[in-house]
Design a protein around this ligand. Structure first.
Ligand code: ADP
Ligand code: TRP
Length: 320
């Protein structure tokens, strides 16, 4: 089964991205034909500074490789190194009804967040459809926020197949729900846009500072606490063993436990969890030529597939 997903290089990756998306991408590569890419064309829709985009793309590449992306098995590349996708995006644009895009909530959300209403932002789902369809993807693992984009992709593929004959595979979404939303240090959803993240690879001292600053309620030490309402416990659940999670749950409910103790343990566990990856990340930083080569090889493998699908689409519409 071909599994494809992309992640935007729009900031440093955080543990919400890891537990909410990347970990599942990495698990799925074992049993599937994995196609993963860094969605830099998509990141342009929010107007990043050129140097930030450049640095961020490379950081995301190193993060994925450090966390266990296996390039012997999985094709891994940077979206803009496969420009065929933008040609397919144009072809798809010409059959995409405006109404379909006007209904997309992510566009409305981004405008509400203060992004300027550029055409790229509006056409974002068509580019995403091109990403998915050009690789004949069967399964697209994404967070629930992306479900509508996969539905739009299916609609576009369906319109196209109806007008021009069977050309595209209709993908299925695979909504990653094994982890509920990971909270940030202020208790809201962890997100680059809220400035409340713990980055996967930020310095250990900074992880410690952020955890110790995490917002909690003011229940006194001796009183029982509700673990399900606590963002420290939500993060503990991601990194502690089953038995330790149970222990903390009891400590919360029985009273006599201060949030400071839970924070200290959370720091230890987070650092322990990511330590082997941190080591690998440091090695990659010393070997940037290797990372560039991996991306170049990935782009070449991805282009071979993309070119075939694009030719099929060009023939179907009469460009060839
Ligand atoms: P951000 O909100 O930081 O900009 P993105 O929207 O780029 O993150 O998210 C990339 C992927 O990571 C998506 O699949 C999204 O569902 C997942 N993700 C992001 N933040 C969280 C979170 N706090 N909890 C769970 N998953 C998350
Ligand atoms: N829009 C996705 C996100 O913000 C990233 C993305 C771009 C993507 N193209 C894709 C995800 C294709 C899955 C498939 O998370």
């Amino acid at each position: 089964m071909r599994v494809l997903s992309g992640i935007q290089p729009s900031g440093r990756l955080h543990i919400g991205n890891y537990f909410g998306a990347m970990r599942q991408h990495l698990q799925l590569q074992a049993e599937n034909d994995g196609f993963y890419f860094i969605a830099d064309y998509h990141a342009m829709t929010s107007g990043p500074k050129p140097d930030d985009l450049r640095k961020c793309k490379f950081a995301v590449a190193m993060d994925y490789l450090a966390l266990g992306l296996d390039t012997n098995k999985t094709v891994f590349w940077c979206q803009s190194d496969v420009p065929e996708v933008t040609e397919l995006c144009w072809i798809l644009s010409c059959i995409t009804p405006m109404g379909l895009l006007q209904r997309c909530v992510s566009y409305k959300d981004k405008i509400a967040q203060g992004l300027s209403a550029n055409h790229g932002l509006f056409a974002y789902p068509v580019l995403q459809a091109a990403d998915i369809l050009i690789f004949d993807s069967n399964l697209v693992p994404v967070g629930a926020d992306q479900k509508q984009h996969i539905e739009v992709t299916r609609d576009i593929a369906d319109y196209f197949n109806n007008i021009y004959g069977e050309t595209f595979v209709l993908p299925k979404d695979y909504i990653i729900d094994s982890v509920a939303v990971v909270p940030g240090i202020d208790g809201r959803k962890m997100s680059k846009s809220y400035d409340n993240t713990i980055e996967i690879f930020e310095p250990e001292t900074s992880v410690k500072k952020k955890v110790m600053r995490m917002v909690t309620d003011s229940t006194p030490v001796e009183q029982p606490k509700d673990p399900d309402k606590c963002n420290i416990f939500a993060l503990l659940k991601l990194v502690a063993s089953e038995s330790e999670i149970k222990e903390w749950e009891n400590k919360y409910r029985n009273g006599g436990m201060g949030y400071g103790d839970a924070k200290k343990r959370l720091v230890e566990l987070l650092l322990e969890y990511f330590r082997p990856y941190r080591q690998k990340r440091a090695e990659l930083e010393q070997n940037t030529d290797y990372v560039r080569k991996v991306l170049a090889d990935g782009a070449e493998r991805a282009r071979t597939v993309a070119k075939k699908t694009l030719t099929r689409a060009r023939k179907a519409v009469g460009l060839e």
